[in-house]
Design a protein around this ligand. Structure first.
Ligand code: CTP
Ligand code: CA
Length: 227
């Protein structure tokens, strides 16, 4: 395998990257969220920056320091992330949607703290949150669209279905149950699917290296004019 060398092959590209989880308020002190650490999205943003791209990172709440050399927009909810990304979508040549966005959110967050007294059970009513990728896909002019798929079973068929349903160019399929990969880890393993070529399997490697492999695959696709 080729060593990762400093290169500027992404110069001229404007890359919009989303990362991290979203948080949906249940009441003023509680929220629904997920286990995303933001590491994979940040790695993609940093890799694109280092290869010469202009980068805007839209990130949910993470424990990571904001990367230098790019604009960083912090958001909390799926709606805020949808707004931040759609505002900047026309600017972008490539969008990488690595964020773990809420699928459902409380229909109406309680105005006051939910009290436990006198309740033997508690049901939450949730409504769908906006599917940002599907939304961006519908707004698309010539952007290359890259999604992620977090799966716990039937990795490739589920990811393939998302690739087609959301009209993506590439999807990075992650088995989030795999030990040493995925949530919180510095490493990841993935299968990258495109609509045109064969699937490419990447074994466990640092997220930064996987990010570089992804960018290389994306550039090949853009250059092949299949997009
Ligand atoms: N995504 C999004 N907006 C959402 C949910 C997901 O843009 N509200 C994006 C993610 O950022 C990811 C892709 O869609 O790039 C796939 O996310 P995933 O959670 O794997 O799939 P879903 O389509 O949400 O389906 P499910 O969670 O039911 O598997
Ligand atoms: Ca989802």
């Amino acid at each position: 395998r080729q060593a990762v060398m400093p290169r500027a092959d992404w110069r001229g590209q404007r890359v919009l990257v989303s990362a991290g989880p979203t948080q949906e308020a249940l009441d003023p002190v509680r929220f629904l969220s997920n286990r995303s650490s933001g590491k994979m999205g940040y790695a993609v943003a940093e890799a694109a920056r280092d290869r010469g791209a202009e980068v805007v990172l839209v990130t949910g709440p993470t424990a990571l320091p904001p990367p230098a050399g790019m604009a960083v927009v912090t958001v909390t909810t799926a709606q805020e992330m949808a707004d931040a990304l759609s505002q900047r979508f026309a600017w972008a040549t490539v969008v990488v949607m690595a964020a773990a966005v809420a699928d459902f959110r409380p229909t109406e967050p309680a105005r006051q703290k939910i009290k436990k007294q006198g309740q033997s059970r508690l049901s939450l009513e949730l409504e769908p949150a906006p599917d940002i990728l599907a939304m961006l896909s519908a707004m698309r002019t010539s952007q290359l669209l890259i999604g992620f798929a977090a799966e716990t079973e039937d990795l490739v068929p589920h990811a393939q279905a998302k690739l087609l349903a959301k009209g993506l160019d590439l999807i990075v399929a992650n088995d989030v149950t795999r030990v040493g990969a995925g949530f919180g880890s510095d490493d990841n393993a993935a299968v990258v699917l495109s609509r045109t070529g064969p699937p490419r399997e990447f074994g466990l490697m640092p997220k930064r290296r996987l990010a570089d492999e992804l960018l290389t695959a994306a550039l090949e696709l853009a250059r092949a004019g299949t997009v």
